[in-house]
Design a protein around this ligand. Structure first.
Ligand code: TMP
Length: 216
């Protein structure tokens, strides 16, 4: 792939979306790198329909396997229609969430009730070896602070996106620990950032990490 693929991960209200936008602007302004800003679920037209099914309604309307399949269907369309073509064209792709969200939410969040091998199998089928992110930034935040931020924003959202936020605090605490576990498995690809900082401080850290890891 000619471009770089960077993913932004974290719990609710971690500020990752703002950091994604700031990094894209920074790369475009300082290095003239064309960036595609995208997200999961909902990075394509079909994905927007899938997103609606996933984020609204009762939290128990689907189990973790059904959810994971839908996230992976969205991901496959996202990769084939948007991410891979952009990378082949030399653009950098910055995605607000990717496969680590499925591991964090559908595996760790649900307290490991799903067989991890199933999710690893979905990854191999949909993404495949060497076709995933070059770098993943994990924005770590206390779930109580993140949820409060996220709920304050919910009124401005297009759909009633409260399905995940309505889960109990334990889910979000598991999720946070899950991200830390995921990061430990491959320190070369993951960076955990303390998201309890100001937007400007966090942006500076993101820029520093990107310069170091991607040798800009
Ligand atoms: P967002 O609020 O960051 O846009 O993400 C939408 C919700 O979907 C969020 O609560 C996290 C959740 N999610 C999963 O549970 N599994 C996944 O694979 C992805 C991509 C998102």
């Amino acid at each position: 792939m000619k471009g770089k693929f960077i993913t932004f991960e974290g719990g609710e209200g971690s500020g990752k979306s703002t950091q994604l936008r700031l990094l894209a602007e920074y790369l475009e302004n300082n290095y003239q790198i064309p960036c595609v800003q995208t997200k999961e679920p909902g990075g394509t037209d079909v994905g927007i329909e899938i997103r609606r099914l996933l984020v609204e309604g009762d939290k128990d309307k689907m189990d973790a396997i059904a959810e994971a399949l839908m996230y992976y269907a969205d991901r496959r369309i996202h990769l084939t229609k948007k991410i891979w073509p952009a990378l082949e064209g030399g653009k950098w792709v910055l995605s607000d969430r990717f496969a680590d969200s499925t591991m964090a939410y559908q595996y760790y969040g649900y307290n490991k009730r799903v067989d991890k091998k199933i999710l690893d199998g979905f990854y191999d089928l949909v993404v495949g070896e060497g076709r995933g992110p070059d770098l993943t930034l994990i924005f770590d935040i206390d779930p109580e602070i993140g949820l409060a931020r996220s709920r304050a924003k919910a009124g401005q959202m297009e759909f009633a996106e409260l399905r995940h936020e309505s889960r109990e605090l334990e889910f979000h605490t598991n999720l946070r620990k899950g991200y830390i576990e995921i990061a430990k498995e491959n320190p070369n690809r993951y960076i955990v950032l303390d998201a309890n900082k100001t937007i400007e401080e966090l942006h500076e850290e993101v820029v520093k990490v990107i310069k170091e890891r991607l040798e800009l």
